[in-house]
Design a binder for this molecule. Structure first.
Ligand SMILES: [Zn+2]
Ligand SMILES: [Zn+2]
Length: 245
C-alpha cells in the first residue's frame, strides 16, 4: 500500500499563496513525469531531496507560488504531498487544465531510448492518489495525460498506463487520507468529513463538519472497542479501513 509523505516530512517550504478557486469535479487527475534522462532514484532515501529540488526550481527558477504538482509519486510507492487537494495546480499547462484537473507527477524521467522503470509500487501510488483526490478533493472521474492538455512528450511511457486503465483505483474502501485524526486539538481535514459521513451511515450520532471534535473522538473510541482495535481515539489506517469495510 502506498505511503503518504506530508509536506513537513519532506522538508517543504511554505507556499507563497494557495489559490483555491477550482472546479476539479469537471475533470479529474492528470498524470505527469519529471522527464529528462533516468531521474528515478535507486535509493528511496534520496527521493525527498529530489522533491525539494523540484520545489526550489518551481519557486526560485520559475517564480511560481509553490511546487506545481498536487502530489508526486516515486518508484518506491511513496506519495509526496505537493499542493494537495483543493489547491490550483500550475502543472497542466492551460488555464482550463489547471482549473479542472489535479496534477500527479512520477519522479521518473524518460526519453524514448532511456526510460526509468515503471514499478508496481509506482502504479499503486498513482492509484492511491487518484482515489484520494476523488474522495477528499472532489476530483471527477477522469484520468488523463499532460499531453491531453497541450503538445508535450509528458508523461512519456506512462501514457500507455493511463490509456490501459492501470491508474484506475479498484473498487473497495476509499484510500486512507494519510492524516491521523486526533483530538485535542481537533484535526481539520476534508477526510474527517468523509469519515464522519461514513460513521453516520453506520448509525453513529455525530456531526459532519470536517472537525474531529470531542464527540468524534468519543465515537471513534467506542467503535474501536467494538471492533477489537487498540482504543486510542485516533483514526489511522486500520480504524479507517474497518469503518469503510
Ligand atoms: Zn507534465
Ligand atoms: Zn522513493
Amino acid at each position: 500500500m502506498a505511503v503518504f509523505v506530508p509536506r513537513p516530512a519532506w522538508g517543504a517550504r511554505a507556499p507563497n499563496n494557495r489559490p483555491t478557486a477550482i472546479t476539479p469535479g469537471n475533470g479529474g487527475t492528470t498524470v505527469h513525469h519529471v522527464g529528462g534522462t533516468r531521474t528515478a532514484r535507486a535509493d528511496h532515501g534520496e527521493c525527498a531531496a529530489q522533491v525539494r529540488g523540484i520545489q526550489r526550481h518551481h519557486m526560485d527558477g520559475n517564480g511560481w507560488a509553490d511546487i506545481a504538482y498536487t502530489y508526486l509519486v516515486c518508484v518506491h510507492g511513496h506519495v509526496f504531498e505537493g499542493r494537495g487537494p483543493w489547491v490550483r495546480t500550475a502543472a497542466n499547462g492551460t488555464d482550463a487544465g489547471n482549473q479542472n484537473w489535479y496534477a500527479v507527477c512520477a519522479l521518473t524521467g524518460g526519453s524514448s531510448s532511456d526510460y526509468d522503470p515503471v514499478t508496481d509500487q509506482l502504479l499503486d501510488a498513482f492509484r492511491w492518489s487518484v482515489a484520494n483526490l476523488r474522495d477528499i478533493g472532489g476530483a471527477g472521474g477522469g484520468i488523463n495525460r499532460h499531453s491531453d492538455h497541450l503538445p508535450t512528450s509528458c508523461p512519456g511511457r506512462l501514457s500507455s498506463y493511463v490509456l490501459d486503465g492501470s491508474m484506475e483505483p479498484g473498487a473497495g474502501p476509499p484510500a486512507w487520507p494519510g492524516v491521523y485524526f486526533s483530538h485535542p486539538p481537533a484535526t481539520e481535514h476534508p477526510g474527517v468529513r468523509l469519515w464522519q459521513r461514513r460513521m453516520r451511515e453506520r448509525g453513529w450520532s455525530l456531526g459532519t463538519d470536517g472537525r474531529y471534535d470531542a464527540r468524534s473522538k468519543e465515537v471513534c473510541e467506542r467503535f474501536q472497542a467494538r471492533h477489537g482495535l487498540m482504543v486510542d481515539g485516533v483514526v489511522g489506517p486500520k480504524t479507517w479501513e474497518i469503518a469503510f469495510r
